[in-house]
Each structure stands twice: as structure tokens, then as C-alpha cells.
Unconditional design. Sequence first.
Length: 439
Amino acid sequence: MAYKKANILIVDDDYDMLELIQRQLQEQNFHAYKAASVVEAISILKYSSINLLITDLKMPEVNGIELLKYVKDHYPKLPKLVITGFPSLDGALQAMKSGALDYLTKPFTKEELKKAITKSLPSSLQQSKTQAKRTESISYAGIIGNSEPMEKLIDLIERVKNNRATVLIQGESGTGKELIARAIHYKGSFAAQPFIAVNCGGIPEDLLESELFGYKKGAFTGANENRQGFFQAAAGGTIFLDEIGNAPLNVQTRLLRVLQEKEVRRVGEQKSEKIEVRIVAATNSNLYKMVKSGKFREDLYYRLNVVNIETPSLRDHKSDIPLLAENFLRKYGSEYGKRVKLTEKATDLLQRYNWPGNVRELENIIQRAIILSDNEITTDQLPEHLKYSISTTNTPLKSLLETEKDYIKQVLAHTNQNKSKAAEILQIDRKTLRNKLKD
Ligand SMILES: Nc1ncnc2c1ncn2[C@@H]1O[C@H](COP(=O)(O)OP(=O)(O)OP(=O)(O)O)[C@@H](O)[C@H]1O
Ligand SMILES: [Mg+2]
């Protein structure tokens, strides 16, 4: 693939700064990895191919100067850009000596950042406006779509699939978060290792800890033998922590330790065991808001959110609807032994609807329509609510009375002017319907 999108690693102990720079980089179409400490940064460098390092200097524990030295020794060609909130000539000099190409003082503007990046990045990696289109088939590990948001999403998966950086997938329900987690694993270089999916919302709170980390014989009543948890089972591969927003606080604390120490401890066990596993977490709740309201640990949030994937809502890539529909027609068509097509009007209706339930809703609607139809899906086989939502969103707003009148006409048309049937659908008696028609 001929993408020329640079991977930029930002290192700063200030989370707000990390988020801010990430946003600015994304706007400029760069791909951002975030690390809140030098130790994390080094582990990201090891597993990912980074094109530019942006680092703060003053950080607790190991500082930025040490990181610059490390990078100079291990990745001598990697360009570096230093940012700091403490502009001291001394720091600048030291940074220059360790090979930093440029130096930015906080606060800086978007333009200053952009200029510094342009100066630091090799020209072959400068952002080109015309991004290469994916030429392979439309489906990527079962993910369908060739709209721009989907291209971007697949580009991101390509970048993260071969390294162990933790990925946080966020998006509305039915947007394919689980599908993406699986794609990251099965397209990546540890595809032969296990992929273990855990629904953090589906396991009773008191069992979650032992399910995740395993337990030692005798740890609690009923623990008759040593047992491994999901983490040990996923060793070498990927653990998918679905609905991470539902993980109780005590489990959040344990997860944080796993991420920090890269080791797990079974319930009832004193010793920890080293574990090499990639964590992919997903949620459809707004984790950032949960952090702000104290329901989710802030430090865990940032540890999970090294790479952030946001799944687009279907209403933001409606151009993929025909492709998706086609795919579900084939899938369920062969399941029910039918060859069914969508009429143009039906396709049109699908494209105008707002899709609060996203791709899952589309899939369900197509599946149901196939059951209801012989060889063609017309608007009749599509649920009524698709039609209402259009009459209210795409035409000028009408009074209740007018809407009622139109709707009665619509139902009568549907029943071939059969008033009894229409009254039944409208759930009013025939007399009321007659009166309404008279009015
Ligand atoms: N881009 C896509 N291409 C093909 N199928 C898709 C796509 N996105 C979602 N789907 C399908 O839609 C259904 C829902 O997807 P998935 O379970 O991954 O959603 P989710 O984001 O995890 O939703 P939730 O938050 O409700 O758990 C699945 O059957 C999945 O295969
Ligand atoms: Mg899901």
C-alpha cells in the first residue's frame, strides 16, 4: 500500500497535552501514538515503526533527555522534536547535543507545530493530499466499505496490526467494533496465537477478576484447582476487552497493573507471571466523560488509549450502504436459499434513513426483508419506521393534522383503499376513520 502517512510518537506526562497534540496531528492527517512516560515510549518504539518522535523534556522518573539519548543510540535515523514547558537555555543546549533537530516551547500554535514537523520529517513522508486508494477487494477481514472514513479505519488497522500497542476502539453500538478488534488480530503477525474476547459487562462483578487473571487452588471456596484466566489464555496473542466501560473499579486497578508491569497475578497468588499480550479494548460509552465523572480511572484510560480508533456511525458513511446491503443480501440469501435483489426505491430509502443502530440495524433489516420477499425487496418489505423518519427529516415540517392526513392517505394506498384494513393498521375504529376522511 502506498500510504505516505507518517507515524508520530508523542511523549509527555501531561495527558491534556498528549490529547491536544494528537488532535492537531490528526487534523494534519498524521497518525499519532501517545506515551505518558519514557518507559512506555520505548516499548512503542520497539513494536511500531515510528517516523518522528515528539517529546517533552521534564518528566518524572526518566526524563526526555534520557529518551533522546536512547533514541540516538538505538534509532539514530529517527528525527526528534523537543517540546517543553520550561524553556531554559540549558535544556535546549542539552537537547541539541543529544541530536534533537528542533525545539518548541509550550504553549505553541498549531502552525508552529506544523512548521516544526515539516522541518523534522523527511520529505518522502510529508503529507500528500492525494492519498492512495485501497485497491484490494472491498472486504477487509469482513469489514465492508470503501468510503473515506472506512479507508481511514482500515489504514489504521494496517498500522497497528503487527505491534503490541494497546488499542482503544470507541464508537456507537453496531458500528463494527468487535469486527475491527478481530481484524487487528487476524490480519496481524500474531494471528496464529489466540484471540480471546471478554465481555467485561457480561461477567458478574465478583467473578470478573478470577475469570480475567485466573486463581490459585484454595483462593476461595470452590477453587479446587489452579486455573488460568483469560489473560494467560491469550498469551502471545490478543485479549479483547469488550465493554471496558463496564469494568468495575477494582478490576480497573488490576488492569492498570497489567498494563504497567506487563504481568498478571492470579487471585490468591503471591507471585506475578510475566505476560506478553496485546490488549484491544472497546466501548460504546464515552470513556472520557466517565473519567471526568470519576467512573473510570483516568490513568487506565490513558494507558488503554495509546492508539485510538473511532468507528464512524453509518450515517457518516452512507455511501457504503449499497455495498453493505449487497453483502448482507448475499450472506442471508445463501443462508435462506434465495437470490434476492433490492429495488432502486428500496435502496434509495435505505440511503435516506438515519441508522441509529448503524450496520447492525442494516444487517437485521436486510435479513428480515429477505425472509419476507421472493426475489425482490421493495419498500414494502422494509420496516415502516424507515419511511416515517424520512417524511419528517427530508420535507418541511408539517402540522400534526396535516401529517395525520398524509399518513392516513399513505395507509389507504397501502391497503388499496380498503378502509377496514386501514382502520386496523391505524388502530382506530372505522367510524373514526370515516369522520377523519370527511374532515
Ligand atoms: N463495516 C462493516 N462491514 C460488514 N459488517 C459489519 C461492518 N460493521 C459492522 N458489521 C456487522 O454488524 C454487526 C455488529 O458489529 P459489531 O458487533 O462488531 O458492533 P459493535 O460496534 O461491537 O456493537 P456493540 O457496541 O453494540 O457491541 C456484526 O454482525 C458485524 O459483522
Ligand atoms: Mg460489540
